[in-house]
Design a protein around this ligand. Structure first.
Ligand code: NOJ
Length: 587
């Protein structure tokens, strides 16, 4: 058995044949993702996502705020990330924690003031960190002045900022609402005897993008933030903005295939081109859409550069794989490989396994038991930061924060949890099973306060946190991990630096190795003369991994265990549970 120390060059003469013999070729010809093209900053960036409500509370009201973020800017800088994506910080009645905006040009009082915002943005820029703001314009809050006006009378000038259906025409054709407790996207409003449309909760009426005046308002709002110096926009639920406003009937059961009927309708591309011309191009802000449409064609149409719409796709197929009853690594590999190959030559993807709409990454995709949490969280970071595309890290995942696993409905705060519970109850579903799934999948799992240290409330707040802190904060927290060179946090930092110093990990062509292996995910990245091989064990067992053939000098670039174990004859690597290694290979 050969053992070598982390980071030390090792030469495994009989290993890694696949690497050199790999059929993986540098895509040639007209490839916008090749070495000769200058790379925009967002392709080489690592993005850190902050859910402001849960990140850091500076004023002790139990709710995270902008001053809390300001206090932690050096921590964010220490991660090595290039940009922060901030979930909405605008005034909101908080039916959906800020995704129901009542004033697009303000700051939610609980989060602070515009002065705080300006200071935060400057603090980020001073540290070389860019800011991406969430733009929530598929819908507003029902407490936005536009909606107040719109509902006040049928002839109000703001009436057509939203979708109304006069009751004298009878009931509108059924539309499905993702968040409504009955699932119905039409809500009757007696004030004007009409129904309004809300794909999310009734507190989030959908804006009417067919109205050019509304579109100009949105571009003005984006311009307002662009002029302040923000560097990018994430377009919330944007694939749903355009609708067939005749609202024709849909076939029975259509709502089970929500995306097919709701995504990428009508004039969406015209709207995006208009937005590009009016705001994105002149202010040189990057843009990422939430969702990537119904298929690769849709996804490409959103982000192919010559179309001049958006920059980066954010597709859900990968993050959606993990379910309450598990997932298959074969499926996972197939999905990530398929998306990579569809974007190999053109367009650009986001790479992520978590965000504020998901439970914790390590609990869903790996193993949050004490024996494996740390290794498996590091292994997932090795994966995310060695794939092509722009990696996103959701706050707390750099520590390996885990699901809190609420078990009683009274513990949940999220509108989705509460309304889907009501819906399931009224439909007579198996509520034990429902609660088990909710406990595993709920968005609240991913929104518990950041675990800063082992003081009360994990140092998140001196008050009572709006959502409880996970009890494991005494063990899992930033202060402890900062001091421990072997922590998930320090592995994350090393992995970010590795990506930055090895462009092959950003741009290199990807090829899956051993596609049939049920527990190992291995792939090559090739960029000009540079080659990297990533080998990840997604299981609790040791796994042998054979790479057919050859003698190539290899170097361990990063390893979440101290050693690389090989079989006696050197023909195979033996990976420990959740071991993840990146090798560089000299051709
Ligand atoms: C997608 C956001 O990510 C989610 O948090 C929100 O609830 C919906 N859009 C509605 O805005």
């Amino acid at each position: 058995m050969i053992k070598s120390i982390l980071g030390r060059c090792i030469f495994i003469a009989t290993l890694l044949i696949a690497i050199a013999m790999s059929t993986c070729t540098q895509p040639s010809g007209k490839n916008e993702n090749n070495t000769s093209n200058p790379s925009p900053w967002w392709k080489e960036a690592v993005i850190y996502q902050i859910y402001p409500r849960s990140f850091r509370d500076a004023d002790g009201d139990g709710i995270g705020d902008l001053r809390g973020i300001i206090e932690e800017l050096d921590y964010i800088k220490s991660l090595g990330v290039d940009a922060v994506w901030l979930n909405p910080i605008y005034p909101s009645p908080n039916a959906d924690n800020g995704y129901d905006v009542s004033d697009y040009r303000g700051i939610m009082a609980e989060f602070g003031t515009m002065k705080d915002f300006d200071e935060m943005l400057k603090g980020m820029h001073d540290r070389g960190i860019r800011l991406i703001m969430d733009v929530v314009v598929n819908h507003s809050s029902d407490e936005h002045e536009w909606f107040k006006q719109s509902r006040s009378s049928r002839d109000n000038p703001y009436r057509s900022y939203y979708h109304w259906w006069p009751a004298e025409k009878g009931k509108p054709n059924y539309r499905y609402s993702l968040f409504d407790e009955t699932g119905n996207a039409w809500r009757y409003d007696s004030l004007t005897d009409a129904y309004y449309l809300h794909y999310f909760s009734y507190k989030q009426p959908d804006l009417n993008w067919e109205n050019p005046q509304l579109r100009q308002e949105v571009y003005d709002i984006m311009e307002f933030w662009a002029k302040k110096g923000v560097d990018g926009f994430r377009l919330d639920a944007f694939q749903f903005v355009a609708k067939d406003t005749a609202f024709p009937p849909f076939p029975e059961g259509f709502e089970k295939d929500f995306i097919a009927y709701y995504a990428m309708q009508g004039n969406i591309h015209e709207y995006l081109k208009e937005m590009h011309l009016r705001v994105l191009a002149p202010y040189k802000v990057m843009s990422v859409a939430e969702g990537a449409g119904r298929n690769f064609e849709d996804a490409h149409n959103l982000v192919d550069p010559e179309r001049k719409e958006l920059d980066m796709a954010y597709a859900f197929e990968g993050v959606d794989i993990a379910k309450y009853d598990g997932y298959s690594l074969l499926h996972f590999k197939e999905v990530f490989s398929r998306w990579d190959s569809a974007f190999a030559e053109k367009g650009w993807l986001s790479v992520f396994l978590a965000n504020h709409d998901q439970a914790r990454m390590v609990s869903r995709f790996a193993n949050d038991t004490p024996a494996f949490r740390s290794a498996s969280a590091k292994m997932l970071h090795t994966f995310l930061l060695s794939m092509r595309g722009t990696p996103y890290c959701y706050y707390g995942d750099e520590l390996g924060m885990t699901n809190i696993g609420f078990s009683r409905i009274e513990q949940f705060k999220d509108i989705v949890a509460i309304n889907s519970y009501k819906k399931a109850l009224s439909k007579g579903e198996d509520m034990d099973l429902f609660m088990k799934k909710l406990s595993f999948e709920s968005r609240d799992n991913g929104r518990t306060p950041m675990q800063w240290n082992d003081s009360p409330h994990a140092g998140f707040s001196s008050g009572t946190p709006w959502l409880p802190v996970n009890n494991n904060y005494t063990e899992i927290n930033a202060a402890a991990q900062d001091k421990d060179p072997d922590s998930v946090l320090n592995h994350f930092r090393r992995m970010v630096q590795l990506r930055k110093s090895n462009p092959v990990l950003v741009h290199g062509a990807y090829q899956l190795l051993a596609p049939e292996h049920p527990e190992i995910y291995a792939y090559t990245r090739i960029w000009g003369e540079e080659k990297a091989v990533v080998v990840l064990n997604f299981s609790t067992e040791k796994q042998r991994f054979q790479m057919p053939g050859l003698s190539s000098p290899t170097k361990v670039l990063i390893n979440n265990y101290p050693h690389v174990e090989t079989t006696k004859n050197g023909g195979e690597i033996i990976l420990s549970p959740y071991q993840g290694i990146v090798f560089s290979v000299t051709p």
